[in-house]
Design a protein around this ligand. Sequence first.
Ligand SMILES: Nc1ncnc2c1ncn2[C@@H]1O[C@H](COP(=O)(O)OP(=O)(O)O)[C@@H](O)[C@H]1O
Ligand SMILES: [Mg+2]
Length: 355
Amino acid sequence: MKKRIGVFFGGKSGEHEVSRVSATTVIKSLDKDKYDVVMIGITKKGEWLLYEGPVEALAGGEWEQKAKEDLERDPGYYGFSVMGGTGKKLTDIIDFALPIMHGPNGEDGTVQGVFELLNIPYGGSGVAGCAVTMDKIIAKEVFADAGLAQSPYIAFSSSDIEKGIEDKINGSLEYPLFIKPANMGSSVGITKVTRKEDLLPALRLAAKYDSRLVAEHGIDAREIEIAVMGNEELSFGAIGEIVPGAEFYDYDAKYNNDDSKLLIPAPLTEEQAASVREMAGKAYRAAGCCGFSRVDFLMDKASSEIYINEINAIPGFTSISMFPMLMMETGLSLPEITDRIIELGYERHSIKNNR
Ligand SMILES: Nc1ncnc2c1ncn2[C@@H]1O[C@H](COP(=O)(O)OP(=O)(O)O)[C@@H](O)[C@H]1O
Ligand SMILES: [Mg+2]
């Protein structure tokens, strides 16, 4: 019997569109001799829809109209309930869940919690690993506790904005600053601030996305990323470097600007590469990651000091994304990477159920 792999894409997230492109790559890579692919799209409003149609309709968004029309025409076939209810259940239509969603409501442990409650095996990190890595404040505290170097930062709440947090930031962090919402991704809501008068607007912008905020010292840095896979035993992909085609690696530079360059492997000394791997393994374990993740670093251009920046529990999976390219550099094909993610998900599920 072929395993029915439910690939979840879209999501109620600022990274909905990116997810549809990532999921397209993942769906195409799944070995159809081994797996039946079940596509489940989550709209920006949060509706879960079974989609049967060409995978090419994901990226542009046409899938949604078709899924809605199909559901209206044949609710008995296309309809399902996520938790309880009557009729078909999610567990009737898939054996394994592969959430390929980025940002809130997909990469943050919420959707993983649904799979836990339903006891469906799933790919990638669990509730804790996703929640820790999605929240930049909690992640920083976990990294600090694991002894990993990071850029100086202050965590605060949006309610502190009109109450003197600017003075505290100005008094304790050196410019340039990066102002970030704690829970986002794809650089959404992030501003690089080089002048004091630009701080307040940057804080207000970040506060539009989250009430938990971070200010951190901006490093003149090389951006170094590594792919990690595994549950207990970890394996590492190649190390890559991003040379942003913009002032920093903002949303536009990530997805629209072709001037950003990816160097694979990153030009590093063997010693530097070894410390990137060591730090990545420590961070991955400390955050409780499973399956796969991409760990990102900032390497000070002047001192070559390496700082951890963040972990992406569900990294971009487009054909030009770092995670798949770094794993492929070690000789794995895309189908082998997705196979391994599924294997690791089943492994974790069986450990949980045999306790
Ligand atoms: N402390 C920092 N110093 C220098 N550049 C930074 C710093 N923090 C963030 N950046 C820049 O902003 C980008 C996005 O920040 P990041 O924390 O990775 O958020 P996201 O989760 O949105 O990817 C980084 O890829 C980098 O270009
Ligand atoms: Mg990042």
